[in-house]
Design a protein around this ligand. Structure first.
Ligand code: ATP
Length: 443
């Protein structure tokens, strides 16, 4: 096993052990491509989603928010091209019965799993997940779980524009579940069948669209490097040389995962494809076009899209945070050995501060302190085990600050804050603790 495979399996094991991410329906043997976020995963995911929303919607006057349904009118997916074209070529091995995506194989004639030269001819496989709406299970009642969150944005464009009194250029953003019947889910949550997307569609005049593309390219890069603080050397831009027929420009933001470079986000110039297709299929030309008073021109808006996967971002944060060090654990009362630690940025850490009374006798004032903190921060209270063991537990879930309430605290009205990364300690007056933590977390 090479180091990177080793790292992935350690990360997967840690995620399960600490209740971050684990297989869905594990009791029944799991279901391939579906993952649950536990008590330490759900807050991480929520924190990233909130940071995205704040950065993309809340802090901008020219982007509006949406929360649409997962199931839309089936015509939406005919108009978008998903029903006709959203498919991958797959092939089966007649020896070991495994199934593969042709574009992911080195040689489509040789099975990557068992090496047999026994592959079936490639077949088209549509990735849309199908269901039925109403009591009759026939084609007339067929509907689809959305394969991307952006289509409802195009469909609702006019209603949102009118209601919010926006003029072009402006954007509409939403976060939510998307479903794809991926042939080969793999690399932990990287390729799942149910996942979260966070997308923003920016509507503008064709003549300004390339400038907006460059603008959003830069803004999204800043989100990863400045807000999530991913080191630049672990990120790269991959420009598409093969473009969708309607697209003018497209790039992926990729992260160097242990299994190689992988797409986290796409920034796409989609031309007028989406709005013109919905005009054609809905026959509601007016609702898909825009009358530009300044230009005295009616036109289909050109769309620049930013589209990222929340699950892939969480996986990126986990990979980036995971570390094993030989820190001086002896001084914290533990044996000298390898410390497993997640170096999460305090903004995304599932637990931002842990309150640890030194002794059970101090439970009353320590609980009182904990209650003062947990309405402002993601906080946890832990009284079991030696202090060294408790620190290690917090290290494994990436808690940046551990607050120890000790016997001196009663007299000096101060607590010891232990820093996860440096493993140093500072004495902070209780009266200043909330502000001290807020400064460190949101700096
Ligand atoms: P890929 O080439 O990896 O299949 P894609 O180009 O089809 O991805 P898009 O359709 O552009 O992806 O979707 C936008 C984002 O949604 C991706 O950058 C990714 O973060 C996320 N995403 C797409 N498919 C999946 C999936 N199966 N599991 C998790 N996240 C996904």
């Amino acid at each position: 096993m090479n180091n990177n495979e080793d790292l992935m399996s350690k990360l997967v094991a840690l995620c399960k052990r600490r209740g971050i991410i684990f297989q869905s329906s594990e009791l029944y043997g799991g279901i391939n491509g579906f993952w649950d976020y536990g008590p330490k995963g759900a807050p991480l995911k929520r924190a990233v989603e909130q940071l995205w929303w704040k950065y993309m919607v809340q802090e901008r006057d020219n982007v509006e928010g949406l929360d649409s349904t997962v199931i839309c009118h089936p015509e939406v997916w005919r108009a978008s091209g998903h029903l006709a074209q959203f498919s991958d070529l797959m092939t089966d091995c007649t020896e070991c019965k495994k199934r593969f995506r042709v574009d992911q194989m080195d040689d489509p004639n040789v099975c990557p799993a068992c090496g047999a030269h026994a592959m079936t001819p490639p077949r088209e496989f549509n990735l849309m997940m199908k269901t039925f709406v109403g009591p009759v299970f026939d084609e007339e009642h067929a509907a689809y779980l959305r394969a991307e969150t952006c289509q409802p944005i195009f469909v609702d464009f006019n209603t949102i524009r009118v209601a919010s009194r926006q003029k072009l250029p402006f954007g509409i953003a939403q976060t939510g579940k998307a479903f794809r019947n991926e042939i080969n889910p793999r690399n932990f949550t990287f390729r799942s069948r149910e996942f979260m997307q966070m997308e923003m569609e920016f509507f503008c005049h064709e003549s300004e669209s390339m400038d907006w593309f460059d603008y959003w390219h830069q803004e999204r890069w800043n989100f990863y490097t400045k807000i999530l603080r991913i080191p630049e050397e672990k990120l790269r831009i991959h420009w598409h040389d093969k473009l969708a027929h309607y697209a003018k420009k497209a790039l992926d933001i990729e992260y160097l995962f242990p299994f190689g470079w992988g797409e986290v986000e796409g920034v796409h110039h989609r031309g007028t494809w989406d709005m013109s297709r919905h005009a054609e299929y809905s026959k509601q030309d007016q609702a898909c076009k825009y009358f530009d008073q300044e230009r005295n021109e009616t036109y289909f808006p050109t769309v620049v899209e930013t589209s990222c996967g929340l699950d892939r971002i969480c996986l990126m944060l986990l990979c980036n945070a995971y570390d094993e060090d030989t820190a001086d654990t002896k001084k914290e009362g533990m044996d000298e050995d390898v410390r497993v630690v997640l170096h999460f940025d305090p903004k995304v850490a599932p637990v931002q501060v842990a309150v640890l009374p030194l002794s059970k006798k101090l439970e009353a004032p320590a609980t009182e302190l904990y209650k003062k903190l947990n309405n402002l921060f993601r906080a946890e209270y832990d009284v079991t085990g030696s202090i060294g063991k408790r620190y290690r537990r917090q290290d494994e879930i990436g808690t940046p600050f551990c607050v120890t309430y000790d016997f001196d605290s009663e007299n000096d009205k101060a607590v010891t804050v232990r820093l996860r990364d440096a493993m140093t300690q500072e004495r902070i007056p209780i009266a200043q603790l909330r502000q001290w933590l807020a400064d460190k977390i949101w700096e």
